[in-house]
Every structure is written in structure tokens, then in C-alpha cells.
Design a binder for this molecule. Structure first.
Ligand code: F6P
Length: 371
């Protein structure tokens, strides 16, 4: 019997279970492959006692439309930075990668499929360089991986964002208010941009285009006449003013390397008031509602395609590569290429032009940008 170990790493994402199910169903068509799930990314294989789950067709039946991941995930620690508590109560981070690879070999595991975002695929590449037979499956609701046309979870997040805009429009119009909807998007503003276009927002703020509060205020004022009117701003959590920084705070969670974003919406409300905004402003932070719950059909399909492809790459021994969607093909790229650069919104992105074409402001001075 040959064994493949599957794990989900980083933040959860709608469609993870559909990938797991597809890997298992494809493996079941071979007679000699067993699929194991490592609980909470690499923690399951690193922990003593080991926490692995046998994933057979019965276990994965009907999970394709379930949110989250049945094998759990984490965006803390990992084989290269395993947190160990010191006697004085502080934490140090140790490299357990060699020990982990030995354990994987000892347990007769022939290959690993790591489903995760850029951070997870960086770990995959390092493990591949150390000789592990590993394949990456891209996952991110932010759509910030450049080596694939799209990732599962992204469209579901846009859908959630769009439905939120639709709802806010009705309450904003009823009260003649300005509504700020804060959505996810650490470095890339794809969710905000798509939700703004789909929902018909007036203003969209993204990390890639620093904004000017006075330009936002002029746009808002142009939407109001004698106190009537309303305006919707969709803002990515990672957006920042021209002369300023992102709204973030350091995390005290052990092993969590990112700063925690969130709160831009409230800062924006304050700044608008300081800049002289006379309209009522309300803020909605969408947060993890964009990550939880049922994946829409598009994401289930893409996730299923990724899972089947990943298992076929295992069968073909195509290690050190990440599954990729390159329309109309499901193909693969080297992990090394996959982690080269993030997929950010650029000014010549077609959807930016479309957004401008329907009058969406990015809170920037267009003349300054053109110079
Ligand atoms: O990377 C995806 C993402 O959704 C970011 O947009 C967000 O900042 C982050 O995850 C939050 O993750 P968590 O709350 O799990 O640390």
C-alpha cells in the first residue's frame, strides 16, 4: 500500500473540503493508495502522539459543499518555526523540518499534498529542497497568488462581499447615509474591487492605490443633494492613506507571524468627519464571514479540479510543483515560480478600467497618477 498525506495550512477557505474529497476519490480509483490527513496542517505529523486521520470515501462523502476543513488548519508555527515554551515562560522557535521528514518516511508516507496560500507554499518549497515528495495546491480567498488564474474561495468571498453591499445599499438609501464596508484583502484588493463593481459602490479603496481622504469626501458630497442621497465605500482591510500606514496591531498569539489587520473602516469614518463630512457614516466589517460557510458552485468545481490534478501529479511523481489554473487548463508550475511574486491589482488591470468606466473612485488623484 502506498500513502499520500494531505494537509490544509494557513487561513481556512471555502472549497478546502472539496479538494480533500477529490484527492480521496481520485486515489480510490487506484488500488494501492491510502490517503491520510494531517490534523491542523503539519501539526498532526509533528505532534506526539501523531494526529493523522485516514481519509476514505466514506469519510469524505458529501463534504464538497461544507465550509472549513475537516482536517483543520493553522496559520501559526510549522515545521521550520515550531514554538517551544522556555522555562522563563517566553517562546522560542525551532526548526523541526528534518525530524518531520524522517517521521514521514518512517510512517511509509510516499507523498504530501499541501493545500495552502503563499506562506504554506514557501514551506512546501523548502521541504521539497530537503528532499520531500511534495505537491502544492493553491488556496487563498485574497486571490494574491500569481501563478494561477484563480483560486477557489475567492469567488465565494466576492459573493459574500457583494451580498453585503446589496444589503447596505437599501439601508444607506433609506437613511441617506454613507456606509463603509471593510472586506478582507491584506496586500491585494481583488475582493474589494470585485465586490465594488458587482455591488455598484461609489468608492473602492485597495492596498495598491493609496487614497486621499479629501478626494473621497468630494466624491461622497457629489452623491448628496440637499441632504438626500447615499454612498457606499468598499474598503480592503489593507488599504491605506497616501501619507499613512495600514490599520493593524501586533498579535500576541504564539507563532502567529502576521500583523492583524482590521479597523480601517472606523479610521476612515473618523478621518471623514475630521475632513468635514457632514453626512452620517456607518461602518460594517465583514471579516471572517467571507471565509466561512458553503463554497459557491464555481469554487467547488475549481477545488474539485485541483484535488483530482494534485492526486494525478502524485501518481506521476511530479513533485516540487503546485497545481495551477491556466484557462482552460488545469496544469502545474514549479513551487519556486509559484512563490516568486504576489498577484496584486495593477493600474492597467482591466477591472480597474471597468470600475473607473462606471464612475467608481479609488480615492486617488488621477492627474497625479498619470504624471
Ligand atoms: O490571507 C487571507 C486573510 O483572509 C487576510 O485577508 C486576512 O488579513 C487574514 O486572512 C486573517 O486571517 P486570520 O484571522 O486567520 O489570522
Amino acid at each position: 500500500m502506498r500513502r499520500v498525506m494531505v494537509l490544509t495550512g494557513g487561513g481556512d477557505c471555502p472549497g478546502l473540503n472539496a479538494v480533500i474529497r477529490a484527492v480521496v476519490k481520485r486515489a480510490a480509483q487506484e488500488n494501492d493508495w491510502e490517503v491520510l490527513g494531517s490534523i491542523k496542517a503539519f501539526d498532526g505529523i509533528l505532534n506526539e502522539p501523531t494526529e493523522l486521520m485516514i481519509l476514505d470515501e466514506e469519510k469524505v462523502a458529501g463534504i464538497h459543499y461544507q465550509g472549513g476543513t475537516i482536517i483543520q488548519t493553522t496559520n501559526k508555527g510549522g515545521p521550520f518555526a515550531w514554538p517551544v515554551k522556555k522555562k522563563d515562560g517566553s517562546w522560542e522557535y525551532v526548526d523541526r523540518s528534518d525530524e518531520m521528514i524522517r517521521k514521514i518516511q518512517y510512517l511509509g508516507i510516499d507523498a504530501v499534498i499541501s493545500i495552502g496560500g503563499d506562506g504554506s507554499q514557501r514551506i512546501s518549497q523548502k521541504l521539497f529542497e530537503k528532499g520531500l515528495n511534495i505537491i502544492g495546491v493553491p488556496k487563498t480567498i485574497d486571490n494574491d497568488l500569481s501563478a494561477t488564474d484563480s483560486t477557489f474561495g475567492f469567488q465565494t468571498a466576492i459573493q459574500v462581499g457583494t451580498e453585503a453591499v446589496d444589503k447596505l445599499v437599501t439601508t444607506a438609501a433609506s437613511h441617506n447615509r454613507v456606509f463603509i464596508l471593510e472586506v478582507m484583502g491584506r496586500d491585494a484588493g481583488w475582493i474589494a474591487l470585485n465586490a465594488a463593481v458587482a455591488g455598484g459602490a461609489e468608492i473602492c479603496l485597495i492596498p495598491e492605490i493609496p487614497y486621499d481622504i479629501n478626494i473621497i469626501l468630494s466624491k461622497i458630497n457629489a452623491r448628496f443633494h440637499r441632504g438626500k442621497g447615499f454612498a457606499i465605500i468598499v474598503a480592503a482591510e489593507g488599504a491605506r492613506p497616501k501619507e499613512g500606514t495600514v490599520v493593524a496591531h501586533a498579535s500576541n498569539e504564539v507563532g502567529y507571524e502576521n500583523v492583524r489587520l482590521g479597523g480601517l473602516g472606523f479610521k476612515l469614518e473618523d478621518d471623514l468627519k475630521k475632513a468635514g463630512c457632514e453626512h452620517d457614516v456607518r461602518v460594517t466589517v465583514l471579516g471572517h464571514l467571507q471565509r466561512g460557510g458553503v463554497p459557491i458552485a464555481y469554487d467547488r468545481v475549481l477545488a474539485t479540479q485541483f484535488g483530482v490534478k494534485a492526486m494525478e501529479m502524485v501518481l506521476n511523481g511530479e513533485y516540487g510543483r503546485m497545481v495551477s489554473y491556466s484557462h482552460p487548463y488545469i496544469t502545474s508550475v514549479t513551487l519556486k515560480d509559484a512563490i516568486q511574486k504576489p498577484n496584486l491589482v495593477t493600474l492597467d488591470t482591466a477591472l480597474i478600467k471597468t470600475a473607473r468606466g462606471v464612475g467608481i473612485s479609488f480615492g486617488e488623484d488621477l492627474i497625479a497618477l498619470e504624471e
